[in-house]
Design a protein around this ligand. Structure first.
Ligand SMILES: Nc1nc2c(ncn2[C@@H]2O[C@H](COP(=O)(O)OP(=O)(O)OP(=O)(O)O)[C@@H](O)[C@H]2O)c(=O)[nH]1
Length: 412
């Protein structure tokens, strides 16, 4: 694994976990919201139940005191009575009762609920923005609305459901133009977010801790496998360079004699099996001894490298090989026929000549040149590879004998 791959995996891993953490935190918040909504629904149902009880009695008389004054918005006969003993009683209808319960609930449980409608008789029953939107939704048929929001700057889970006109309501409200089933308003129940905050915070803390631990474990595993892989590839690199040292000539970086031996053995067998021709070119730099003597051994090395580089350009096919055979000799093995190898040899000769590398002491040219000997054979069971080598050598000898800087062909 390369360092960049490791980093990409690490970032992906962290992104995946962050996404999961985010999703779980959102789920937790939604869960808290659901709990609050369920609680508010139950609260709402109780209010409705108590209102029904009150309405079923056409309201309930209670003694007048500082907290329960006659309801100025209740315009019915006999709203206020006095018992024989002189106790003053006033009629508490469902709306008045709901308001009183709301005040009691607010002070004792912190749960706030609010009876409201779009046209309230009592100004305090005017809906806030959230409630007004919920009332509009009820007019369109929605059965309840839940969410969250702020009341007097404090966060609340909010729930609201409509108050529908029922038979009991019409006893007092039929003069108001209401019909059975009409939306008369609604009651919003507001649960302080603080009641569930500790649950949410505790769960979020837990999620953050577990995700951090899992993230660290993942990163450690990733890091360990990266380090193990880095060590392994270092060892592989070392093994590879050892292998290269064993099979490459360090001066020219061409395959060396050892590689050449293994290669020709394999190729010879293959050509024997399939009965196709195998060709060889022996290459020798002309007057290389005098090049060395004249320009020095280091320049001689440089010349060998340059010639090798030039020759190597023509060998891209995996079935062909050019190797440093030894000293200033190179050898080509290729699975092709006599004509093709001759053409290739001629190309190589011209390529070296066209390098125009000065050779001050050559007897045939002012530049470095090569002589080449080519031979081709279709391997037979009674022959050995040495036969091909011998022929290529003979051809090279011919090329040298007939003037150098040319390709010699083996003739039977
Ligand atoms: N600089 C350098 N010279 C080398 C290397 N290997 C062999 N030689 C030299 O190559 C020369 C080969 O000389 P010869 O075999 O006489 O060949 P030549 O001078 O090219 O003569 P002809 O082949 O007849 O043209 C010798 O002087 C070797 O020392 C090498 O790795 N580096």
């Amino acid at each position: 694994m390369r360092r960049i791959t490791f980093l990409v995996y690490a970032v992906l891993w962290l992104m995946l976990l962050s996404l999961n953490l985010y999703q779980q935190v959102m789920d937790t918040k939604q869960y808290a919201q659901n709990i609050a909504t369920r609680q508010a629904e139950m609260f709402f149902d109780h209010i409705i139940l108590v209102r029904k009880w009150n309405a079923s009695h056409g309201g309930v008389y209670v003694p007048v005191d500082a907290g329960t004054q006659p309801n100025p918005y209740l315009k019915v006969p006999n709203r206020d009575l006095e018992t024989k003993e002189g106790v003053k009683l006033t009629l508490v209808n469902p709306a008045y009762m709901t308001r009183q319960l709301a005040e009691m609930s607010q002070s004792q449980t912190g749960i706030n609920f609010h009876i409201t409608s779009t046209e309230p008789l009592r100004p305090e029953n005017k809906p806030d923005h959230w409630e007004a939107q919920a009332l509009a939704a009820f007019q369109k048929g929605l059965k309840s609305v839940s969410g969250s929001g702020e009341i007097d700057g404090k966060p609340f889970y909010r729930y609201m459901a409509p108050l529908l006109v029922e038979a009991e309501c019409l006893k007092c409200h039929d003069q108001d133009g209401y019909k059975l089933g009409d939306v008369r308003g609604g009651v919003s129940v507001n649960i302080p977010a603080a009641t569930l905050e500790s649950f949410v915070n505790e769960r979020v803390d837990h999620l953050v801790i577990t995700h951090t631990i899992v993230a660290l474990i993942g990163l450690i595993v990733l890091l360990l496998s990266y380090l193990a892989q880095a060590r392994l590839s270092k060892r592989l690199d070392k093994a590879q360079s050892r292998l290269q040292l064993a099979y490459l000539d360090s001066l020219t970086l061409l395959p060396n004699r050892r590689y050449y031996d293994a290669f020709v053995k394999r190729e010879w067998k293959r050509a024997l099996r399939h009965q196709y021709p195998l060709s060889m070119i022996m290459i020798d730099i002309d007057f290389f001894k005098s090049y060395n003597d004249n320009l020095g051994h280091l320049e001689g090395d440089q010349c060998l490298r340059q010639v090798a580089r030039t020759l190597k350009r023509f060998f891209r096919r995996p079935g062909d090989l050019i190797a440093r055979y030894g000293g200033e000799e190179f050898c080509v093995v290729a699975a092709c026929d006599a004509e093709q190898i001759w053409v290739l040899a001629e190309i190589l000769r011209k390529a070296v000549e066209n390098m125009r590398m000065p050779h001050p002491d050559s007897k045939i040219s002012e530049f470095v040149t090569i002589s080449l000997g080519v031979a081709t054979i279709i391997p037979g069971h009674d022959q050995a590879f040495d036969g091909l080598l011998y022929r290529a050598d003979q051809a090279l000898y011919d090329a040298k004998a007939s003037g150098r800087n040319r390709v010699g062909r083996y003739r039977e």
